[in-house]
Design a protein around this ligand. Structure first.
Ligand SMILES: [Zn+2]
Length: 59
């Protein structure tokens, strides 16, 4: 089961699910599907790493 987290874009404030293992602890930039802004997790307006946070969008 893949672990996900929710990231909020600092530009348009759209929240979207990201793959935790691929993105959270790397230098890979997140890609906002709404405005196409790229940003590292530290720049996110908010991060939600609760196990249930992204379930609704992936179940
Ligand atoms: Zn955005």
């Amino acid at each position: 089961m893949e672990r996900l987290f929710m990231a909020e874009c600092p530009v348009c404030h759209q929240s979207f699910a990201c793959h935790y293992d691929e993105m959270r602890h790397s230098k890979v930039k997140l890609f906002c599907p709404s405005c196409r802004h790229r940003f590292v997790p530290e720049e996110a307006a908010s991060l939600d790493e609760r196990p249930d946070a992204a379930r609704a969008s992936t179940d």
